[in-house]
Design a protein around this ligand. Structure first.
Ligand SMILES: CC1=C(CCC(=O)O)c2cc3nc(cc4[nH]c(cc5[nH]c(cc1n2)c(C)c5CCC(=O)O)c(CCC(=O)O)c4C)C(CCC(=O)O)=C3C
Ligand SMILES: [Fe+2]
Length: 346
């Protein structure tokens, strides 16, 4: 097998999540340190995790993805060891980078489980890589983070397939008129405005909202059937005084019911796996809202370990290693590779 020059390792970077009741509070403290999240919100989110015995699905989803990436690498002659580090829970990124240094890794290529531009979904990953490398010192490997991949066909095509399957799960009479709701993590409007590269001149929601809207359009177009679709947000935190992106999916469901919409398919296109934000905020909370309003509701799967999404990891590594042209289905520029200003707070 040929090594994937110039890299000698692949690193998956994810968010991390608790895997036991006693992990929940320390995890939430890690996530919210210095972020100004009210205590009441923390207690409330803690309850989401306790409902699942303190176990977030995200770590097992990362293990499954890694296993699939290893198999895909092996089947396609990519000879790179695969490492995994999280920003907020074990295995912590800092520990993984230390182990990579011990193993003699010199230059790694990293993929994050986050598809879009914004401080939280892009710049924060770069900052945490820098912190982890600084803590290891001069022996730390170089780590190159792969660009946000929101419009890559390996991300879009699984979304289309799973949205179609969700439509098919609706009662037959509801399918044709179903409204598509594309749901992403809300972020503060100030963070949204600062997302992407300052030179690129996006609207008020910045690159984040523009990319989310574009993916919603790409998926709806490929789905066919002429469905009406819209972008909604979920999982708002922060104090009520701070503006975050809207509308919230639950508020929007109320309005849609009043407008006479009777069926909805929600596509969680802001996420790459069915982790807690999907399992609680959509499958628990939004489902209950829809039921109360008498709206038929189906939630599409997120990409998870779809073979096309798994292959995307390899294709992005090759793209980066060979300097090939960026593959994407939209005309949006995305974050310039290696930009020091992209998604930085202004
Ligand atoms: C853009 C975005 C993504 C998608 C991109 C990506 O994946 O990176 C994402 C993913 C996730 N968010 C997650 C969990 C949490 N996010 C929180 C808080 C926050 N998220 C934010 C944004 C995002 N978050 C923001 C602006 C905050 C406010 C604090 C701050 O300014 O940083 C909090 C604190 C409590 C709360 O207030 O909700 C928790 C527990 C989990 C793990 C789920 C699991 O355990 O399965 C995942 C994958
Ligand atoms: Fe979050």
């Amino acid at each position: 097998m040929e090594p994937m020059r110039p890299y000698d390792a692949f690193l998956l970077i994810s968010f991390g999540g608790p895997e036991a009741v006693d992990d929940v509070i320390p995890f939430l403290e890690n996530v919210t340190r210095g972020r100004g999240i009210p205590r009441e919100r923390l207690a409330e989110v803690g309850e989401h995790y306790y409902l699942f015995d303190g176990v977030s699905p995200i770590n097992q989803q990362c293990r499954d993805l890694i296993e699939a990436i290893r198999a895909d690498f092996a089947a396609n002659g990519v000879d790179l060891p695969v490492y995994w580090g999280n920003r907020f829970w074990e295995p912590m990124l800092g520990d993984t980078v230390a182990r990579m240094a011990k193993d003699g890794v010199r230059r790694a290529v990293a993929l994050s489980t986050s598809a879009y531009c914004s401080y939280s979904s892009h710049r924060a990953y770069l900052d945490d890589i820098a912190k982890a490398r600084a803590a290891v010192g001069p022996d730390a490997p170089e780590i190159e983070l792969i660009r946000p991949f929101f419009d890559h066909p390996g991300f879009i095509e699984p979304l289309v397939e799973y949205a179609r399957a969700a439509l098919d799960r609706l009662p037959e009479g509801e399918r044709a008129g179903a409204r598509l709701l594309f749901s992403a993590h809300s972020i503060p409007t100030a963070m949204a405005e600062a997302s992407g590269d300052p030179e690129q001149g996006y609207g008020p929601g910045g690159a984040y909202a523009a990319q989310l809207a574009e993916v919603a359009r790409l998926v709806t177009e490929r789905l066919g059937g002429g469905h009406d679709y819209e972008l909604v947000y979920q999982s708002r935190s922060g104090p009520p005084s701070q503006p975050w992106l809207e509308p919230d999916i639950n508020d929007r469901l109320e309005e849609l019911a009043a407008e006479g919409v009777t069926a909805v398919v929600t596509v969680p296109h802001g996420f790459v796996s069915d982790h807690m934000e999907v399992k609680y905020d959509l499958d628990h909370e939004a489902v209950a809202t829809a039921r109360r309003l008498g709206i038929a509701f189906e939630r599409a799967l997120s990409p998870g370990t779809h073979p096309k999404f798994v292959a995307m990891a390899r294709e992005l590594v090759t793209e980066r290693a060979t300097g090939a042209e960026r593959v994407g289905l939209s005309d949006l520029p995305g974050c310039p590779e290696g930009s020091a200003t992209c998604c930085a707070p202004r």
